[in-house]
Design a protein around this ligand. Structure first.
Ligand SMILES: [Fe+2]
Length: 136
């Protein structure tokens, strides 16, 4: 019985201590997302700020198609793994995976007449998951 109280009190103390720890500025919420250092964006590159320009996907919309390019060098040790495109409301549009010998470029046909937000991700094997949102 005493052991049960000890464990409960220890857990309660640990929880309140964790709540009292100040969150470092670099780990605070991204504007509007709350995902700093989880999802990387141009506006919130977190701890990968120095390599942001190589990872943010570049999106062009041309005649109902989306062309996605990541300006990232490709080598066996360090490369872009995939692009994913999701429409407003979480509607999955497509995914393209790459190996290190590929160019990180993909094309995705939008549904006819689609107007709305498009979320495009580019994933690096060393620098995680980068998101670009565009409006079409
Ligand atoms: Fe990278």
């Amino acid at each position: 019985m005493q052991r049960r109280h000890f464990v409960r009190n220890a857990l309660a103390g640990a929880a309140s201590a964790a709540a009292a720890v100040a969150v470092p500025a670099t780990a605070q919420a991204a504007p509007g997302m709350g995902l700093t250092n989880v999802v990387f964006t141009e506006d919130d590159p977190g701890h990968f700020a120095k390599v942001a320009k190589l990872h943010v996907p570049i999106v062009e919309v041309m005649g109902g198609k989306l062309k996605v390019r990541t300006p990232h060098p490709m080598s066996e040790a360090h490369y872009i793994v995939s692009h994913t495109v999701v429409l407003e409301g979480g509607r999955f549009l497509g995914r393209k995976t790459f190996n290190w010998k590929d160019q990180p470029v993909s094309e995705h046909a939008l549904p006819a007449g689609y107007k709305g937000k498009v979320m495009v991700t580019s994933t690096c094997n060393l620098h995680d998951w980068w998101l670009k949102e565009v409006q079409v």
